[in-house]
Each structure stands twice: as structure tokens, then as C-alpha cells.
Design a binder for this molecule. Structure first.
Ligand code: DMJ
Length: 460
């Protein structure tokens, strides 16, 4: 803990500025805050560039950089330019013009989806389709929209199940589907991207398919309003009835709320209201005065595992966006505690005694993302200080010679040869936007997809 505190200089000073003023300090609070935020933004941008330059050097044109072996990894054997597409809008927002132009050229010239590979509908939608659509809204490069449309057309066969809920995998060339046993997150995390594509192309089919899938899933909630963690998209039967807000369910809830916010569609508002009420009623627990969310059986609502983790940390952002600010702040305090407890957050803990259930850290953004939302909604400088803590501990623990590496364990801090594209899309973007001026991106005018790609709002 001592080591972490010694890494916290500039932004924490902001908390003491009013006192300094009383003591006769001439600098205005606003000016000092701006300078401190600017310094921090520059540091974040520098670290982003360091990672991007290493990607360019060792993995250019491939999906991801392997930062220890200084080589590359392609998810499906053939590259889909995962990192270039995921990272693009972060570069634009950071004002990295040269890098963004170079990246845009790479995407325009060499990205093609005419490939005989079975891809994850969920992952490719949130990273690639989301990245291309937000990129298009920023650069108005028609090629981005053409690529997005071509990709969506190749993914659509995934929705051809008896229930309308998508299969997990679809072959981009043949349209062959597989993976009938899916989960709420993979089924319900396509509305923002496909809905935006419908708006941009005027073709309603994309949004209709995505919405039909969500409604089919929502209609299969239990009598107390919860969903489970695995369902068969052909029969509509639940295969696993464990309910939680963690990986596998998380972004289903996120997209109920955000589809309402992005498109003003009241059906999504109703589905969100019903769902969040059940989640708050059955999964929320107070332990030692702290708010956490556990795992329960979807039919009984009885919590049987007191687990919470890095993925669950997306929830304060949704609570804040959904109007439950006090609850959001309480949960954010727990998330921050989880991050600090071992110097950086593990994948999953048991919150009754803070013991580790899963010790890895794969450069995830959710904790940092929620901190960003809380700062935007409250403007409390405490969240600026926390942003700096997140950043310093992230760099301290994960930076290696050729990028940033995941951790096998937050206890040993042993590095793993893996640098997910969402680090560029999300982790660095949220760190940066927390302190960037509102002119960089107006928080009220966009909705971020689950991969942090900002999409322009069509509704208030
Ligand atoms: C991202 O791909 C998305 O945020 C997704 O919803 C959850 N997992 C990762 C980041 O942790």
C-alpha cells in the first residue's frame, strides 16, 4: 500500500487546493486542476503511444501484439486487424493524427471479411463492428461504413435460430453457424452496433434482428426477474441457472439500458427497469458496510456464492447512467477497494474476506470505466485522484519492454505474453477521457458500446 501511495502526486494535490488558497496561494483552483489534468493526460497518451509503437514494430497488420515474445497473435489464424480497428477511435480522441491516418490507411487498404473462418459473433460485433462504426462517425470515411455493412451482413446468419437468439459462432464466408448453448451477454450485446448500422444505412433489418434476440431472452427470465448464465438458443431452455452480473451476463444488462439511452426505445427502458430491480433486490449484498453483488439461483434469488470481480466492476457505470448515483458511488468504493487490495485487481474475489478466487489480471478496463462515469456524473475530484492511482498501478505492474502484459497472478505479478486489443480501445480511452477537456468528447452526446466505442446518441 505504501508503494502505491508514493506513486500519487499531482492529481491528489487538487483535493488540497482550496486549503492552499486560504493560505494565500494565488493560483486558482480551476487553473491548477487544468494543469494537473493536462499533465496526466499527456502521461496517458505517452503510454498509449509506447504500446502502439510496439504493436507497429512487432505485430503490424496482425490482430494482437505478444509483448513478451515480441511477436503477434491472430485470433483465427488470419488477421482481422483487431488491434488497429479497436484502437482507432482512441487515437483520434487523443489527437494522435499521424498514427490515426496511418491506421485508417491500413484498414482501408487491407481489411477484408471474405475469410473462411468461424468467428465469435459477440467479440467481432463489439470490437470490429463497434470500432468501424465509431470510426466512421469520427472520420466519415465511407470505406469504414462499407466494411461495417459487409461485416454485419456476414454475421447476420447467426440470428437464424428457432428462437431468434444468435448462435455463438458464424463462418464469415459460408454463414455456417455453431454454438447453440450461449449466454445472455453474447445474445444481448449486439443492439447498439446493429441499431447504429440501421440508422446509418436506413436498413432496419439489423436492429430488428438484434432486438428480437433480446426480447426472446428477456421473456425467458425467471418469475423473480433474473436470468441464468447459459441457455440453448434452439430450444430456449436454460442450461445453467446461476445468476450474477459478471462475465457471460454483464453486457446484456448494459445494452438494455444503453439501447434505451442511444435510440430512445421504450421497450428497452422497460426491460432495463424490470431487470435492474431484480438484480438490486436479489444479488446486492451489504457486507461490513460495503455494497457488493453476488451469485444466486435465478429461480430462488438466494445468494450462494459471494463472488465479485474485474468484470462486475462495469456495474457502477450502469447504475450511474440509469440514475442510481448513490448506489453507484457505494459500489464504486467497493470496486476501488478491490483494485487496491492486491496492488491491482484480480479477476475474481470472495468479498466476504477479500480472498482471491481467480488471481489473473488481463488489462481489463471496467473498474477504470466506472470511475470515469462517476467523475462525469459527480465532478468529485476524488475520482480524478483514483484515475491517477489506476494509471500508476497499471503502468507499474503491467509495463514490459515491448508493451503491457497481462498478469498471471496479482500476487506474484508474473507477466503473461498477452495484450488484448481492449486495452487500446477501453483501458487507455477511459483513463484519458477522465481528464480530457469536454471538447474532446461530449459525454452527454454519445453512448459507449461495451468495448468503449462511442456512438452518437439519437435520443435524449
Ligand atoms: C471487453 O471485450 C468488453 O468490455 C466486454 O463487455 C467484457 N470484456 C472485455 C473487457 O474486459
Amino acid at each position: 500500500m505504501k508503494r502505491i501511495l508514493s506513486l500519487l502526486p499531482n492529481l491528489r494535490l487538487i483535493l488540497f487546493l482550496p486549503a492552499l488558497l486560504v493560505l494565500g496561494e494565488f493560483l486558482s483552483v480551476a487553473a491548477a486542476q487544468t494543469t494537473a489534468k493536462q499533465d496526466y493526460a499527456d502521461k496517458v497518451r505517452r503510454e498509449f503511444l509506447f504500446a502502439w509503437n510496439n504493436y507497429k514494430k512487432y505485430a503490424w497488420g496482425h490482430d494482437e501484439l505478444k509483448p513478451l515474445s515480441k511477436t503477434y497473435f491472430d485470433w483465427y489464424g488470419k488477421s482481422l486487424l483487431m488491434t488497429p480497428v479497436d484502437a482507432y477511435d482512441t487515437m483520434v480522441l487523443m489527437g494522435l493524427k499521424k498514427e490515426a491516418q496511418e491506421d485508417e490507411r491500413l484498414i482501408d487498404d487491407s481489411l477484408t471479411f471474405d475469410k473462411d473462418i468461424a468467428v465469435s459473433n459477440f467479440e467481432i460485433t463489439i470490437r470490429m463492428l463497434g470500432g468501424l462504426l465509431s470510426g466512421y462517425e469520427l472520420n466519415h470515411d465511407k470505406r469504414f461504413l462499407e466494411l461495417a455493412t459487409d461485416l454485419a451482413n456476414r454475421l447476420l446468419p447467426a440470428f437464424n435460430s428457432a428462437t431468434g437468439m444468435p448462435y455463438r459462432f458464424v463462418n464469415l464466408k459460408t454463414g455456417k453457424v455453431s454454438g447453440a448453448v450461449s449466454n445472455p451477454a453474447e445474445i444481448g450485446t449486439e443492439t447498439l452496433e446493429l441499431g447504429t448500422l440501421s440508422k446509418l444505412t436506413g436498413n432496419p433489418v439489423y436492429f430488428e434482428k438484434a432486438k428480437k434476440a433480446v426480447v426472446a431472452l428477456f421473456n425467458r427470465r425467471s418469475t423473480i426477474g433474473l436470468v441464468g448464465s447459459a441457455i440453448n438458443v434452439e430450444t430456449g431452455e436454460w442450461v445453467n441457472t446461476e445468476s450474477h452480473i459478471s462475465g457471460g451476463i454483464d453486457s446484456y444488462y448494459e445494452y438494455l439500458l444503453k439501447a434505451w439511452k442511444l435510440f430512445g426505445d421504450k421497450d428497452f427502458k422497460n426491460m432495463w427497469d424490470v431487470s435492474v430491480a431484480a438484480v438490486n433486490k436479489y444479488l446486492a449484498q451489504e457486507v461490513n458496510g460495503e455494497l457488493w453483488y453476488g451469485h444466486a439461483n435465478m429461480d430462488t434469488g438466494v445468494v450462494n456464492r459471494t463472488y465479485f470481480g474485474a468484470l462486475d466492476a462495469f456495474f457502477p457505470a450502469e447504475l450511474a447512467l440509469g440514475g442510481e448515483l448513490k448506489r453507484a458511488e457505494e459500489l464504486e468504493n467497493s470496486c476501488y477497494k478491490m483494485w487496491l487490495y492486491y496492488g491491482i485487481e484480480p479477476e475474481q474475489i470472495n468479498y466476504t474476506n477479500m480472498s482471491i478466487v481467480d488471481s489473473g489480471y488481463v488489462l481489463r478496463p471496467e473498474n477504470i470505466e466506472s470511475n470515469y462515469y462517476l467523475y462525469k456524473f459527480t465532478r468529485d475530484p476524488e475520482y480524478l485522484c483514483r484515475a491517477e492511482t489506476y494509471f500508476n498501478t497499471f503502468v507499474y505492474n503491467c509495463k514490459v519492454k515491448a508493451g503491457f502484459a497481462s498478469l498471471e497472478s496479482v500476487i506474484t505479478k508474473k507477466h503473461v505474453d498477452d495484450m488484448e486489443s481492449f486495452m487500446f480501445a477501453e483501458t487507455f480511452k477511459y483513463l484519458y477521457l477522465t481528464v480530457a477537456p469536454d471538447s474532446v468528447l461530449d459525454f452527454n452526446k454519445v453512448i459507449f458500446n461495451t468495448e468503449a466505442h462511442p456512438l452518437e446518441r439519437y435520443a435524449d
